[in-house]
Structure formats: C-alpha cells, structure tokens
Write a protein that binds this ligand. Structure first.
Ligand SMILES: N[C@@H](CCC(=O)N[C@@H](CSS)C(=O)NCC(=O)O)C(=O)O
Length: 188
C-alpha cells in the first residue's frame, strides 16, 4: 500500500509483485500512478478481519492519502494512522514540488488527521531524527509547523529552502509505474 508517489525512494510494490504475483499494489487514483487498486477518499481496504480507511490528505503531493485503522469492536484500539509525508513527527512534508500546496496541506492535516482521537498513533513515512511513532494529541500540541495558524504555516513552508531530493528524477518515474520492475522488459 502506497501513501503517495515518493520523490526520494522507489516503491517496493513492483518487487513484491514480481515475487508474489497475487499481491495487489494500492495507490490513490489522484496520484496518477499505476497500481492494481486505485483508491479514493473513504475507500476501505480489507485484510483478514481488519481494514484500513482511506483519507485524502493532499498538500505534500496532490495524491497523498493517509490510511487509518477501522472503526469497530474488532478493530485495533487505539487507532493507527499511516500518514506518509503529509504529517511527520513534529513536522510535515514539503510543498514545493509534485503539485505541493501548503494551504491544502494545512487543511488536510487539520480536517483529516487532527480530527482523529487524540490517542491515535501516527506512523509517518520518514523521520530525520530517529523517532518512529507519535500520536495525534502530541502533534496537536508540539508539531513545530501545524500548531501555527494557517498564514504562519504558509510562511514557514515557503521558506524551508530544502535541497531538491537527490533521487527525484529516478524515483518519480519509477513510482508512477509501480516500481522498477515494470520498467524492465519481461524478456530480461
Ligand atoms: N535528503 C532527502 C530529501 C529530504 C526531503 O526533502 N524530504 C522530504 C520528504 S521526501 S520528498 C520532506 O518533505 N521533508 C520535509 C522537511 O521538513 O525536511 C533526499 O535527498 O532524498
């Protein structure tokens, strides 16, 4: 399951599918990428007795989604949210390429992630300081960017001055076709 078309690493979906052909790759329809299952906001993905609910959280890229564990007596408590690069621990994904939009990201996080129960675990796609998990409540209190008002947030995002990801020109085309494997002719 992919949260978005990453700019800095290549999805393992193609490699997994080449070894276990019945595995289905998943990504949002809005990403414009190829996958077996194209999901939209509100879609549920079932695996065994559990399911994940899809929440559209664009802003880092236009196709970003967050997957949240389901509601129901047999579903995990506390809930867990896989936020990709929309919400990072104490930070968030940059908004300066791949249709990034800071206004949209602010709205996505506040409406789709900060509206979850405060004890929901947050598992982001990256952390640059060694953290692996946070909670909605912690990020609502301590996130260095998303605790600010929207205009301050937009100013922060416009002035990050981050270097271009080193592998973006390789990673984005590969991710749009589900990983390197689909770029390699079947006869190879
Ligand atoms: N060093 C990395 C790129 C670092 C980077 O730009 N990270 C992105 C997520 S991957 S597109 C990001 O959104 N960072 C937010 C931040 O505040 O750092 C590389 O060259 O691959």
């Amino acid at each position: 399951m992919n949260t978005h078309v990453h700019a800095d690493h290549v999805t393992g979906s193609g490699l997994i599918k080449s070894k276990v052909p019945e595995v289905k790759s998943v990504i949002s329809k809005a990403s414009g990428a190829k996958a077996d299952v194209l999901i939209e906001h509100g879609d549920k993905i079932y695996f065994g007795d559990l399911f994940l609910e899809t929440r559209a959280t664009p802003g880092h890229t236009s196709g970003c989604v967050t997957y949240v564990t389901g509601d129901g007596p047999d579903q995990p408590q506390p809930k867990m949210a896989y936020t990709g690069d929309a919400l990072l621990i104490r930070g968030c994904g940059r908004t300066d390429f791949q249709s990034g939009n800071s206004e949209q990201l602010y709205k996505s996080v506040h409406s789709q992630i900060f509206s979850l129960p405060k004890d929901t675990y947050i598992y982001p796609a990256h952390d640059y300081k060694g953290f692996t998990v946070s909670t909605v409540g912690e990020e609502m209190l301590y996130n260095l960017r998303l605790t600010k008002d929207e205009d301050t947030f937009k100013g922060i995002m416009a002035n990050l001055n981050l270097a271009y990801p080193k592998m973006i020109d390789v990673a984005v085309p590969a991710n749009l076709v589900c990983g390197y494997q689909d770029l390699i002719p079947k006869s190879c």
